[in-house]
Design a protein around this ligand. Sequence first.
Ligand code: PMV
Length: 332
Amino acid sequence: MSARVGAALAHSNIAMSKYWGKRPYPGNYPATPSLSMTVDALTTRTRVAFDPGLPRDTFELGGQKQTGTALARVSDLLDRLRAESGTLEFAEVVSKSDFPASAGLASSASGFAALALAAVRALGLDWDLGRVSDLARRSSASAARSLFGGFVELPAGPTEATTAPLAASAIAPPGHVDWKLVVAVAGEGAKPVGSSAGMEQTGKASPYYDAWLAFAPRAHAELVEALAARDFARFGAAAEESALAMHASALAAGVVYFSGATIEALSAVRALRSGGVLAYATMDAGPHVKVLCRPSDAAAVVAALRPIPGITRTLEARPGEGARPIDPKEVG
Ligand code: PMV
């Protein structure tokens, strides 16, 4: 029997209302709701080939054979799919991203979204995107959102323990607004603390974790309303507040993702606002700063961020499309 092959492309996404913290029961259910923008400029392409001749799963990322945790996380998703679909075959997984992995640019979001869709396609399963989103969420909650385009919401998990599906859904298409995101890349290295470990430490040790859990749904509701009203200033201000509150709770537990360049970039964004340029910053589990702005202000934002020492490059992005199947040859 020959291999069953599927491939998919997924864009990364950046949360405007942040998920930070998990429910205290198994299954990777988020403790806060989140709202993200799918980012057209950050892309992962993944091919999965289930093959009866393989003795184990293999995973190649960016041309490098992966072992340890990276391979284990891929196998874990495939194990759940094997259990649901009844296949016993191992798979060869090949993945390529056009941006550095594990640096807080949401590579796990596009990575697990592309992996989930490629694996489901390889097995010829007739799953809707919600079901694929749930499969991806159990590996990385942010990945649940990358199956969809535009602006995407993932609810918090129920407070009572459950194993029920929890999927993301699109709440506005990519063309709903013309807003841009300028990504200021602050170094290309891997982040010192992964997001799951950072969340766990925050939950255990932060005196502000409960305050964060109480605040996050309010910030989220504000963002959803501002998006529906296409109110850029209200949306941007709430996004920046959500990011700062998330990091405040993490910082108080000693979980520090900021570098000097992060702080400098934040100051630059505030200076832009004082000068009348509406721009709003958000940061994830890494030092990079993503700045939401209007298209006519993107050049001013780039000009303010580029000279900052430690900012190695900037990317300009727009709301992107959801994940889609591709020709396996596109992965190389
Ligand atoms: O789903 P993970 O493990 O990649 O965690 C994502 C955490 C943040 O990026 C900081 C917030 C978010 O909602 O994407």
